[in-house]
Design a protein. Structure first.
Length: 255
């Protein structure tokens, strides 16, 4: 039995709907859900494949918080409750997986230029939304997509998770445009820092109705996350210092 077949069997036992995906691909080869009887047909031994999981009602109200920017990866432990996490070498823990109390549609948070910051991906009814799950191979980089060993898929209220994702998106923009100091001040005082007018207006629109940061004890923040935060700031000299040099360990940009 292939590794993907073994994992698919486990996912099926959890009530998740599995779909086959080609090796280094992002789209299913079939939308027909895999069953325990045809696992070997879709994930044969000796053939490299990816594995997909349908989100939403088809998989016990499964949701994927997809972190699409470097700031989101850095800040997620400060704004999201603990979750099952997976990612790849250059985007570790970029997917946070939850079980919701009820179905919901996908929510996408974008920056002022229209680029995606973070998505809360799920689906209502028969809508087909899926994510490539471990063990798989990333399409563009060829990197292995793997679970974080110490993470656990967490049940949470849909409304609470949506509020957390909105807070995270706002924090991403504050970190990007205002630096670490501004991001910490917003978290601690709930006061918005001075930012470029277009960004400030965009955040005000995102923050309607208002959302507030969670207390630190309710988030997944850890020393490892603190190290990521520090590494990002050192690389980019976010405390208003001179531009950093070398390559940022988080976003991989040459500085």
């Amino acid at each position: 039995m292939s590794r993907q077949a073994k994992q698919a069997r486990l996912y099926l036992s959890w009530g998740w709907a599995v779909v086959p995906v080609g090796h280094r691909q992002k789209n299913p080869t079939s939308w027909e859900a895999v069953t325990s009887e045809n696992i070997h047909e879709h994930f044969p031994v000796g053939v490299e494949t990816n594995i997909g999981v349908l989100l939403g009602a088809k998989s016990e109200n499964l949701a994927d918080v997809d972190l699409d920017c470097p700031e989101a990866i850095v800040l997620a432990p400060y704004y999201l409750p603990g979750a099952g996490r997976f990612g790849r070498e250059t985007a570790k823990a970029s997917h946070w997986i939850y079980h919701l109390d009820k179905p919901m549609q996908t929510y996408v948070a974008k920056d002022e230029q229209g680029s995606v910051l973070v998505e809360l991906r799920s689906a209502l009814g028969d809508s087909k939304v899926f994510t490539v799950f471990p063990p798989s191979t990333h399409k563009d980089t060829g990197e292995a997509i793997e679970w974080d060993k110490d993470s656990i898929v967490t049940p949470i209220e849909a409304a609470k998770l949506l509020a957390c994702v909105k807070r995270l998106a706002i924090a991403c923009l504050i970190l990007r445009h205002g630096g670490e100091r501004a991001a910490r001040e917003w978290r601690e005082t709930r006061d918005f820092p001075k930012l470029p007018p277009l960004v400030h207006k965009h955040i005000r629109n995102m923050n309607n109705p208002p959302v507030r940061p969670l207390p630190a004890k309710q988030t997944a923040a850890s020393m490892g996350a603190e190290s990521l935060f520090d590494a990002y700031n050192r690389a980019h000299q976010r405390d208003w210092g001179e531009p950093g040099k070398g390559t940022c360990p988080i976003c991989k940009h040459n500085l």
